[in-house]
Design a protein around this ligand. Sequence first.
Ligand code: PEP
Ligand code: MN
Length: 356
Amino acid sequence: MARRKPTIESAREAIDKLNEQLLDLLNQRTALVDQVRELKVRQGLELYDPVREAQQIQRLVQKNRGPMSSTMVEAVFQEIFRSSLSHQLHTATDQAPLVLSRSGQPRTVDVRSVPVGRGRPVIIAGPCAVESEEYLDQVAETLARLGLRFLRGGAFKPRTSPYAFQGLGMPGVEMLARVAARHDLRVVSEVTDACTLPELVRHVDLVQVGSRSMYNYDLLRRLGTAGRPVLLKRHFSATMDELFQAAEYLLSAGNRDVILCERGIRTFERATRNTLDISAVCLVKEHTDLPVIVDVSHAAGRRDLLLPLSRAALAAGADGIMVEVHPNPAAAMSDGSQQLSLPDFERYLEGIASFL
Ligand code: PEP
Ligand code: MN
């Protein structure tokens, strides 16, 4: 009987069958990989073994009888090895990243008994940098009188120029904590280096990861076990996915108390210091359970836009606002043009009162 000529349909049918067989074989392979993983973990061995990988590829290239080229064999098996390694590292790759797994309930982050993410939006205010105890006291007194709960101030200042004011360091953190304690305020301050973290967490209630540090994965990992809530600012060039992955470092290391912060991203626009990405607030709400706040000061870089931007952020569903306030903005050591004076701050607060 004459063999039927192959048609596209019959070839495709055969490919479908082979795909299923390949899938079956790859699953068998994955089950073996899981066994190897367990043994390696028990024996304290590294999961990634590049020598063994190279040996396997070499062997397969030698055994290859075509029509696949050696390059194709290498590429296909490298992809299999890469996926296997990722499977081993995640144990269950089907599981969604923690940052994207929804419980159906927005998460509330408790900052020494002040909730963020539930109820009224919070206002985190204070000077750009900790400069003097007297200035801090004036700001803190105003915040407390207005019923606000958070005092911010940078003591470790990551500045673009190495010649710009770098902050008072740990004595500045201690000063901030002293002033906050006098007015029963929660302390928000930035950490720039994992070395200072153990000392810093003794004085700070909410540890800020600045925009420039969002990619410092070592710092994030350490903050995962530092025992303090973290305010994670989006890098000015970070995509939302990168922000979420940075949060994943904190969550996967064991810290569930993460608040995200949109602070403006870099665009072609020069009228503002950065461009406030309001959609970031909506995207955080759409994809995660985490609270999100908006830093209007670093987004705008100018005080005249702080009120409308804050209204926009709160209307979009932000759980809070960060805003820089200084008793004498003209004399501020940093970010003078975007800080609000105390009387201006009181007027600003009236302007957003209907959202609070
Ligand atoms: C800050 O909040 O003090 C600060 C430096 O902001 P960013 O990291 O967003 O630039
Ligand atoms: Mn600033």
